[in-house]
Design a protein around this ligand. Structure first.
Ligand code: ADP
Length: 290
């Protein structure tokens, strides 16, 4: 059992592993493996007003899962549920249930800080610390009292396809790196604490096409060992890299005062982009509506 699996077992607190696929959820057609997250009737509200509601779908291990949809439909709000980042927003509340390897992610046994180590996050804008490249990566392992920090730093940089570019300047400030390198550094920072899942909220929106291509190649390599969830505005990116895609829209709620996001369709990416079940998905992916 690798470290992440062992740690995940720790977060799970010894409860029986429930590996249900599609129970009470959107049930895609493909043969899938283990479920990492099962989202059951999840509604996230700010100040009591739902921003995204009734979300039920499963996220699979070693898949790249894309969340797409127009601005404001709740993609970032939803992805933040998967590592309890919404806990850090005082007005936010999460109803429903998110099971992580069968365990309630919001249950009393789960330490949110530990959960965020296992379920790392990369943001739209690269956010290196104002420290050296080495110290950026070493930060998490040191904080957690992990051993062999030098090896961890090297391995994380190698896994993030950055080692060859930075090995001779590990002690220089991370702010001296290009935007694409900084984003790979942030991915390496997640990897250094041996995560299970990497959440990416529009990781390429601030990058040029070449840097974007590198991150996409990296995602395809990383999914062999990790499960990845990505929010992207770039439909070509979702089509290129993801295995599963959830398409969300914004609807007026029953009071017709509030706009709330919902999942319209969740399925294999190929199906979403070539033969979606819902005409709203087709209109969006074909560019008829934005
Ligand atoms: P998307 O990522 O699809 O653009 P968001 O999740 O950012 O959508 O936003 C969904 C809705 O939630 C929007 O109406 C947005 O204004 C609202 N929202 C997002 N973050 C916050 C926040 N921190 N406080 C209050 N409202 C928020």
């Amino acid at each position: 059992m690798r470290d992440a699996d062992a740690a995940a077992a720790g977060v799970r607190g010894g409860l029986t592993k429930q590996m249900t696929v599609g129970r009470g959820s959107h049930a895609p057609s493909a043969q899938h493996k283990d479920v990492v997250f099962q989202s059951v009737d999840v509604t996230v509200s700010y100040g009591g007003v739902p921003a995204v509601r009734d979300v039920s779908f499963d996220i699979y291990k070693n898949n790249i899962t894309a969340l797409i949809g127009p601005s404001g439909c709740g993609k970032s709000t939803l992805i933040r549920c998967f590592n309890r980042m919404n806990d850090l927003i005082p007005s936010a509340s999460v109803d429903g249930q998110i099971l992580y390897h069968g365990e309630d992610l919001y249950g009393p046994k789960v330490d949110p800080v530990q959960a965020r180590k296992l379920i790392g996050m990369v943001f739209q804008k690269p956010n290196p610390f104002p420290k050296s490249i080495f110290d950026n990566i070493a930060f998490g392992p040191r904080l957690m009292g992990m051993e062999n920090v030098d090896d961890r730093v090297k391995q994380a940089l190698e896994r993030a396809a950055l080692w060859d570019e930075v090995k001779d300047r590990l002690e220089t400030n991370a702010f001296g790196m290009s935007g694409g390198q900084q984003q790979r550094l942030c991915i390496a920072r997640c990897l250094a604490v041996d995560p299970d899942v990497i959440l990416m909220d529009e990781p390429c929106s601030a990058l040029d096409p070449i840097s974007t291509g590198k991150i996409e190649d990296l995602m395809l390599e990383l999914k062999e060992d990790y499960s990845i969830v990505i929010v992207t505005h770039n439909m070509q990116q979702a089509a290129r890299v993801s295995d599963m895609t959830a398409f969300l829209i914004v609807e007026l709620d029953a009071t017709e005062k509030n706009r709330t996001g919902r999942i319209v369709e969740y399925d294999d990416t190929e199906k979403i982009f070539t033969n979606p079940a819902d005409s709203r998905t087709e209109d969006y992916v074909s560019g008829k509506v934005g």
